[in-house]
Design a protein around this ligand. Structure first.
Ligand code: ADP
Length: 502
C-alpha cells in the first residue's frame, strides 16, 4: 500500500485551499464595500430628505395667516405628506425640533403603529444635537436604542434674516430609521453573492480536479511502470501523453527503460555465453582425463590427449584473461595511463612477438609505415592489446602463404593505424556484429578456437580513448582501422612500449 498523501491529493488540496481563500477574501471585500456604499447612499438620501424638510420647516413661520385662522397651513400639510413619503420609501420617520426644544413630530398613523420606530430622543440628546447643529453641522449617527440600533441623520433648520441677510438656525430636522431595515436591504444581496461565490468555488474546484488528475495521471502511470521494472518486468512503458514536460519525461523514461531492457538482455546473454564457453573446454578436459584414468584411452595415446588437455587449459585461461580485460575496461573507474609513444615501434615489437606464428603459416608481413616514427597520445599497454588482437585475428583467419599488412599514416592531429590481411574475409551480414561480445562468424569455422571477445575488447579500449575502430569493407580478406590522437615526440623520448603479451 502507498503511504502518505499522493501528489494528486496534495496538489488538489493546495489548489482548493488557494481558491477557497481567494473566493472568501473576494466575497468579504465586495460585501463590505457594497454594505458601506449602501449605508452611505441611504444616509445621503435621508440627508436630502431632511434638508427638504428643513426647508419646508423654515417656511412654516411665514404661514402665520393660516395659523391665525386655526387652519393647518399648506406647508404643514406638505410636510405631513413628505413625512408619509419618507416613511413609505425609507421606513424612516422625521422629527422636527424647534430651537426652544419644543418637539414637533411629523409622522403618519402607520408610523405610530410601527413599534420599532417609536423611539424618541431624550431632551438631553436633543440639546446636544442642537448645540452641534447651531454651528451649521450635519450629523450622521448610529445609536443604540431599546429596540435595536438606529441610523440617525440630523440637519439644521435655518431661516434667512431679511434684514441682516444671515442664516439663523431655528431648530433641527432629524430622520431616524431602524438599522435593521437598512441591513435587510443589502442582506438579500449578500445571500445572492454568497450563492454566486459558492457556485464559483464549486465550478473552479471541478476544473482544478480534472486538470490536476490529467497532470498527475501520467506520473502515476510512470511510477507504476517503474515499479513493474523494479519487479523485473522490463517491458513496462509509461504512456507518452499530457503536457510537453510530462511527454518529455515519459519519453526519457521509456528510452531509459528500453536501454535497461537491452542491458538486461545482454547481461543474460553474456552469462549464458560465458557458461557455454567455459563448459566445452572443461567437458573435454574432464572427458580425456577420465578416459586416461580408467584406461579407455590406451597408454600410447596419452601424450596426444594430454596435448589436447593442455590446449584446452590454454583456451580456458585465454578466455578468463579476456573476460577480466573486458570487465576491467567496462568498469568506469579504470583510468587510462596516457603517454606519448611511437606506435610504429610498438607495432614492430608486437610483430616480433608473433614471428613464430607467422613463420608457421608462412605468412608475409609488410610493415608499411609512412614515417619511421609516428607518435601518438594514448595508453600504450591498451593500444598494444588492440594491435595484438587485430594481428592475432589476421594470422588466425589468413590461410598459409597469405599476406598481412600493417600501415600507419598521420593526417593533421589524427593517426590512422590499419591491419589488413588477404584471408577469408568477413561477410557483410557478420560485419554488423563482429564487435559484439562472443560473436563468432560462421564462415570462420573457428568454433573451439576463438573466444569472440577480442574485437569487443578492442572496441571498448578505443571508446575509452574517445577514438574509433572500424572494419573497412573491401574484397578479399579483412582490414581494420583504428584512430589515435597524434602525440609529441618528447625530447629524448626513449619510451619503450612493453613487449607483446597475450
Ligand atoms: P575471436 O576470438 O573469435 O577471434 P574476435 O572478437 O576477435 O573473436 O572476432 C570476432 C569474429 O570476427 C571472429 O570470430 C571472426 O569470425 C571475425 N573476424 C575477426 N577478425 C577477422 C579477420 N581478420 N578475418 C576474418 N574474420 C575475422
Amino acid at each position: 500500500m502507498r503511504k502518505g498523501l499522493s501528489l494528486f491529493g496534495r496538489l488538489l488540496t493546495v489548489f482548493l485551499a488557494v481558491i477557497l481563500c481567494s473566493v472568501s477574501v473576494l466575497f468579504f471585500v465586495t460585501y463590505i464595500n457594497i454594505r458601506d456604499n449602501y449605508v452611505q447612499n441611504r444616509m445621503n438620501a435621508l440627508k436630502g430628505q431632511a434638508r427638504d424638510m428643513a426647508y419646508l420647516a423654515s417656511r412654516l413661520n411665514s404661514d402665520t395667516l393660516s395659523r391665525a385662522l386655526g387652519r393647518t397651513s399648506t406647508t404643514e400639510q406638505y410636510m405631513k405628506w413628505k413625512a408619509d413619503r419618507v416613511y413609505k420609501e425609507y421606513n424612516a420617520y422625521i422629527i422636527v425640533v424647534e430651537r426652544s426644544g419644543a418637539q414637533r413630530t411629523y409622522y403618519n398613523e402607520s408610523t405610530l403603529a410601527d413599534e420599532s420606530l417609536q423611539y424618541l430622543p431624550s431632551q438631553e440628546e436633543i440639546a446636544s444635537y442642537l448645540t452641534r447643529v447651531m454651528q451649521g453641522e450635519e450629523i450622521v449617527l448610529q445609536t443604540a436604542s431599546a429596540r435595536g440600533p438606529l441610523f440617525t441623520v440630523i440637519v439644521p433648520w435655518t431661516q434667512e434674516n431679511i434684514l441682516t441677510n444671515q442664516q439663523t438656525v431655528l431648530g433641527l430636522v432629524m430622520i431616524q430609521t431602524a438599522a435593521q431595515t437598512v441591513h435587510a436591504a443589502y442582506r438579500g444581496l449578500a445571500w445572492q453573492m454568497a450563492v454566486v461565490a459558492v457556485g464559483m468555488f464549486l465550478i473552479t474546484a471541478l476544473i482544478v480536479f480534472f486538470l490536476t488528475r490529467q497532470l498527475t495521471r501520467p506520473l502515476t502511470a510512470m511510477a507504476d511502470a517503474a515499479g513493474s521494472m523494479a519487479r523485473g518486468d522490463f517491458a513496462a512503458r509509461a504512456p507518452e501523453g499530457g503536457s510537453r514536460e510530462i511527454k518529455e519525461l515519459a519519453g526519457a523514461f521509456n528510452q531509459m527503460a528500453a536501454q535497461l531492457s537491452t542491458l538486461e538482455q545482454s547481461r543474460r546473454e553474456f552469462v549464458a555465453n560465458v557458461s557455454h564457453e567455459l563448459r566445452s573446454p572443461i567437458t573435454s578436459i574432464q572427458g580425456f582425463a577420465q578416459g586416461m584414468l580408467d584406461g579407455t584411452i590406451p597408454q600410447e595415446n596419452h601424450e596426444q590427449y594430454l596435448q589436447v588437455v593442455v590446449d584446452e587449459t590454454h583456451r580456458l585461461s585465454k578466455l578468463i584473461n579476456n573476460l577480466l580485460n573486458l570487465s576491467r575496461m567496462e568498469s568506469e573507474d579504470t583510468s587510462l595511463a596516457y603517454s606519448d609513444f611511437d606506435v610504429n615501434e610498438l607495432a614492430r615489437r608486437v610483430i616480433i612477438s608473433r614471428v613464430a606464428q607467422l613463420e608457421e603459416k608462412n605468412l608475409e608481413l609488410d610493415a608499411d609505415f609512412e614515417e619511421d616514427a609516428c607518435f601518438v597520445h594514448a595508453d600504450s599497454d591498451q593500444i598494444q592489446q588492440v594491435i595484438i588482437n587485430l594481428l592475432d585475428n589476421a594470422i588466425k583467419y589468413t590461410p598459409e602463404n597469405g599476406k598481412i599488412t600493417l600501415r600507419s599514416r598521420q593526417e593533421k592531429d589524427i593517426v590512422y593505424f590499419r591491419v589488413k590481411d588477404n584471408g577469408i574475409g568477413i561477410l557483410p551480414e557478420d560485419s554488423l556484429h563482429i564487435f559484439d561480445r562472443f560473436y563468432k562468424a560462421d564462415k570462420a569455422h573457428t568454433v573451439g578456437k576463438g573466444t569472440g571477445l577480442g574485437l569487443a575488447i578492442c572496441k571498448r579500449i578505443m571508446e575509452k580513448h574517445g577514438q574509433s575502430i572500424r572494419l573497412i569493407s573491401g574484397e578479399g580478406g579483412a582490414e581494420f582501422e583504428i584512430t589515435l590522437a597524434a602525440g609529441k615526440p618528447a625530447a629524448g623520448n626513449n619510451h619503450n612500449p612493453g613487449a607483446g603479451k597475450d
